[in-house]
Design a protein around this ligand. Structure first.
Ligand SMILES: CC(C)(COP(=O)(O)OP(=O)(O)OC[C@H]1O[C@@H](n2cnc3c(N)ncnc32)[C@H](O)[C@@H]1OP(=O)(O)O)[C@@H](O)C(=O)NCCC(=O)NCCS
Length: 146
């Protein structure tokens, strides 16, 4: 579901704990900025047993969106939760007339590359040595919605 302001405040600790592990502390910074109204990113979340099992952060400028982060709890992967998040994002983008979605992903992140390809994202280029710890290229991907 797309989290409104009060749900985001309620679940921010759980989302940050899940994301910061994978994204080196960036998730809590994104969420803090949303709460403090420093950006208008959207946060989608999926729940199991009333706990956050996955989330996705989407940034939008005019009619283009970017997936900034997506993660599912390690012990709940390959159960369709990532797919649920992506379907919700596509639904939101359709309603909001978003024409294209962009993202970048580590070159070695095969599960994520497979996930994005399954949902129709195409590779458009490489950003050399973009990531640190460890140093790695970013694959640039995008999907046209209309
Ligand atoms: C990428 C990620 C969000 C996918 O979430 P998920 O809940 O496991 O995804 P789903 O179960 O809905 O799988 C959807 C599709 O993704 C692909 N996929 C997901 N994990 C995969 C894996 N380990 N190997 C190959 N393909 C994979 C498959 O095509 C899968 O469809 P299928 O099950 O019909 O084969 C999850 O692996 C994750 O949290 N990874 C760590 C964080 C991350 O890498 N984020 C992206 C950074 S840019």
């Amino acid at each position: 579901m797309l989290l409104d302001f009060s749900s985001l405040s309620k679940f921010r600790t759980e989302i940050s704990a899940l994301g910061d592990f994978f994204f080196h502390g960036e998730t809590s910074l994104f969420i803090e900025d949303i709460i403090n109204k420093k950006n208008q990113h959207k946060v989608f979340a999926v729940f199991r047993d009333e706990k956050v099992a996955g989330f996705l952060i989407l940034s939008t400028v005019l009619d283009e969106s970017e997936i900034l982060e997506v993660a599912v709890s390690e012990n709940m992967r390959r159960c369709g939760l990532g797919s649920e998040l992506m379907e919700e994002v596509f639904g939101w983008c359709a309603k909001n007339e978003i024409s294209q979605i962009f993202l970048e992903v580590r070159e070695s992140n095969f599960p994520a590359l497979a996930y994005y390809k399954k949902y129709g994202f195409a590779e458009n280029g490489l950003r050399k040595n973009y990531y640190r710890d460890p140093l790695e290229n970013a694959v640039l991907m995008s999907k046209k919605l209309f």
